[in-house]
Ligand binder design. Structure first.
Ligand SMILES: *[C@@H]1O[C@H](CO)[C@@H](O)[C@H](O)[C@H]1NC(C)=O
Length: 361
């Protein structure tokens, strides 16, 4: 077992060296391309591509498998995936939230479903979700492509306190269910708890930026998958709102953090974490479906495999080719109302590699 692990690590190291070499070359080319676009003032294109090199996120470096690899042993463990359509999301806003931030997050969630008739601007959020929809259960049913917000509850009084643990997170759901009996069949959906900047959560910043699990009947009354994502804007943006904030040791002469697409480091940073958790919750809702590794208590899931990767040519410190608009704001997908987001890629079971709609093929 140990020897196998060692060989595995050596192979990964070898692989990442290759990636560093190839992405360095890619970056050199991109810079020229970027320069050309910006000097051409007559160009109608208002954005350019670039592939910034940034210090790695403080978290989960050990869980990165940049690019493709046959060594990733992502396996299906016979459990259900979120295949019934649409996926009903019950949103719980915990703490005090600005309406503009709520609208932004809801626009992201509502951008996941493919738009009818009118084509959405590419690369779109719904094309990003296409990768998640490639996962199936043992009956061959795919993860649903459509997502709706079926209910919302705001807990502005911090009913369970300003510090939450993995266990009391379920009390937050229980409280929401008690205070606002959701009208639609909420036992058939998923809960998404979003905590405001002032709420601390067990392991937040130190080990996680979000997590997903399922509720216990003894606490909530029934079993449904849920996910939590926190606003890290004040507590640890360099950890959880990467790459809109980068670790302090690089300050001064290191590369600068990227400009968030909607002007808010904390909330823009949450978007990729929400995407990550939604994708993992959909492919592994009861923690017995799609994951790599032997330990279901510490599974490596379809988001973990691509953390820190946002475009082609990523790896070895590069985040991959992403877009930069006229104001220098960074994004890689577009959603409803022309909203822009920067979302990490997801592991594709078809390509056996990380994939995203902004890939340069
Ligand atoms: C369902 O998943 C399979 C296997 O990944 C894929 O080939 C197929 O295109 C998917 N279908 C839809 C409708 O997404």
């Amino acid at each position: 077992m140990r020897l196998v692990e060692l060989v595995y690590i050596l192979l990964l190291l070898h692989l990442s060296t290759l990636l560093i070499i190839s992405s360095t070359n890619a970056a050199a080319n991109n810079e020229q391309q970027t320069l050309k676009t910006t000097t051409d003032s007559s160009s109608s294109s208002s954005s350019s591509l670039f592939n910034p090199k940034l210090p790695p996120r403080a978290l989960s470096v050990s869980k990165k498998y940049e690019g493709s690899s046959n060594l990733v042993n992502l396996r299906y463990h016979m459990g259900p995936v979120l295949s019934s359509s649409p996926i009903n999301i019950y949103l719980i806003w915990y703490g005090k939230w600005a309406v503009s931030h709520q609208l932004l997050i809801k626009d992201f969630l509502l951008s996941i479903s493919p738009t009818r008739g009118r084509r959405s601007r590419a690369p779109s959020v719904s094309d990003w979700w296409k990768t998640a929809s490639l996962y199936t259960d043992q009956t061959g049913a795919n993860i649903s492509r459509s997502v709706v917000i079926a209910g919302e509850y705001s807990d502005r009084k911090y009913s369970v306190g300003t510090h939450l643990t993995r266990l009391t997170m379920q009390n937050v759901i229980a409280e929401a269910v008690r205070s606002k009996p959701f009208t639609v069949d909420h036992k058939n959906g998923i809960y998404l708890i979003l905590t405001s900047v002032d709420v601390t959560v067990q392991d937040f910043c130190r080990a996680v930026c979000g997590f997903h699990y399922f509720t216990f009947p003894s606490v909530v009354g029934f079993t449904v998958p849920y996910a939590w994502v926190g606003n890290s804007g004040k507590q640890c943006p360099e950890v959880c709102a990467y790459p809109f904030a980068v670790p302090g040791y690089m300050a001064g002469n290191g590369p600068a953090a990227l400009k968030p697409p909607n002007g808010d480091v904390g909330v823009d940073g949450m978007m990729s974490v929400i995407g990550h958790e939604l994708a993992e919750m959909s492919s592994n809702p009861l923690v017995n479906a799609w994951y790599a590794g032997e330990d279901p208590m510490a599974p490596t899931e379809i988001g973990d495999l691509c953390e820190g990767l946002y475009g082609s040519g990523g790896g070895g410190g590069y985040i991959g080719q992403v877009n930069k608009d006229k104001e220098g704001r960074t994004y890689n997908v577009i959603g409803r109302k022309g909203r822009k987001f920067l979302l990490q890629w997801l592991w594709s079971p078809v390509l056996n590699a990380c994939a995203g709609p902004n890939a340069l093929d």
